[in-house]
Unconditional design. Structure first.
Length: 402
């Protein structure tokens, strides 16, 4: 979806912001829902070329701490505006600016939900809808506590996965650097020596020398090509629905990695839906928000199909059972029991807890499998190059000893 910069009037005052939406008309409809009178001529799509896939300046940790602190302050009886003012002063520049704008919007008469909805880059649909439900029910502090707990659990999963990826990334990077140094600087020295000696090179040695020559002559072009390819993949993933679906489907099929990603998605699906339904969000709205928060285009489309089935009068478990590759029978059966007993929220949280543990187990399995593979690859590659370089030496020594 595109990002639109918009302007509108709220109680006679000009309001500005950005919003992610499929079209300009969707932006206008959303603004009217927020009780803002849109100014159509000032609603414009931001430039197509954007580095919006880069970090937006407000970390998940900052948002978690803010949500928890705001919940505590409201529960203690402090007015919302005063709480926002106090918390804004504690934040870094980016988040402080956002919270100041939120506070000003609330002071001018906006609800807290409408105020945070103007900053979709920081407060997503889940946050906005839960806050709106909390304000409507007069339980904003309770909803914020649940939201903070949810954000903390999601952040913990992300941190564990990122932590597990650090070691393989470091080893792979070191392996690439070591092999590149050998090919660019060491192998040419041997090649020059063999040329001076006039010896005929074995096939394996000639292959390594040819690779070294190619790499040394084209290293700049190779780096540029890799950079452009990485940028193109990231850009296509962010801007193209089809590109994102292809990449996400490929990730789900990867050995070990796909299983880890799917378990993470299932944990997030159950945790998000439980948080939303507990917060008073209707199941259809909850499924729509959960789909967008899944983080994978394939699972997002699957959840939207489930939502369609529920909207036609089916139970949640029925359309889920039609997607066995994404939603295992165990998940479907537990959800069905939760629906029958009226304890769907608790059952979803239990499933999420189970998959949190499964994520930990998958991370451990991934590390156990990758470590020997990476060591074998690095050792094998370096060993291959060393043997290739010494084979002519052995041949020369054998000739001289005769």
């Amino acid at each position: 979806m595109a990002v639109y910069a918009w302007e509108g009037r709220l109680r006679g005052k000009i309001q500005k912001g950005q919003m992610e939406a499929p079209s300009k008309s969707a932006v206008i409809a959303r603004l009217r829902q927020m009780q803002i009178q849109p100014i159509p001529d000032r609603i414009k799509e931001k430039g197509k070329f954007s580095l919006s896939f880069l970090p937006k300046g407000v970390s998940s940790k900052e948002l978690v701490v803010f949500t928890r602190q705001l919940s505590t302050m409201i529960d203690a009886g402090l007015p919302l505006v005063q709480s926002l003012d106090v918390l804004a002063a504690q934040q870094k520049a980016k988040f402080r600016s956002v919270l100041t704008q939120v506070k000003e919007s609330v002071e001018s008469g906006s609800t807290f939900a409408d105020a945070v909805a103007k900053h979709p880059g920081v407060f997503d649909h889940l946050f906005v809808n839960l806050v709106r439900a909390g304000e409507a029910g007069g339980v904003l502090d309770t909803v914020l506590q649940r939201l903070a707990t949810y954000l903390e659990k999601i952040e913990n999963i992300k941190r564990r996965i990122k932590g597990a990826m650090v070691y393989p990334a470091v080893v792979i990077t070191v392996a690439i650097i070591v092999v590149s140094i050998i090919l660019i600087f060491v192998v040419p020295t041997f090649a020059s020596l063999f040329k001076d000696l006039g010896t005929t090179l074995p096939g394996i040695t000639q292959f390594v020398v040819d690779v070294s020559t190619f790499l040394k002559s084209n290293i700049i072009y190779i780096l540029i090509a890799l950079g452009l390819f990485s940028f193109a993949v990231a850009f296509a993933y962010r801007r193209s629905e089809r590109g994102r679906k292809i990449i996400d489907a490929f990730i789900l099929k990867l050995w070990l990695v796909g299983d880890l990603v799917l378990k993470t998605v299932l944990s997030r699906f159950c945790r998000t839906l439980a948080t939303l339904t507990t917060g008073g969000i209707p199941i259809l709205d909850g499924l729509e928000i959960t789909a967008k928060a899944s983080g994978n285009k394939v699972t997002e489309e699957a959840i939207l199909e489930v939502r369609k089935g529920v909207s036609e009068g089916k139970t949640l478990a029925e359309p889920l059972s039609a997607k066995p590759k994404i939603f295992p029978p165990m998940v479907v059966q537990m959800i069905a029991v939760g629906e029958q007993t009226g304890a769907l929220d608790d059952m979803l949280n239990k499933i999420a807890d189970f998959y949190d543990e499964e994520v930990d187990a998958s991370v451990a399995s991934l590390m156990s499998a990758l470590e020997p593979i990476m060591i074998a690859f690095l050792g094998g590659t370096v060993g291959f190059i060393v043997i290739a370089m010494y084979m002519p030496m052995f041949k020369l020594i054998g000739t001289l000893s005769k």
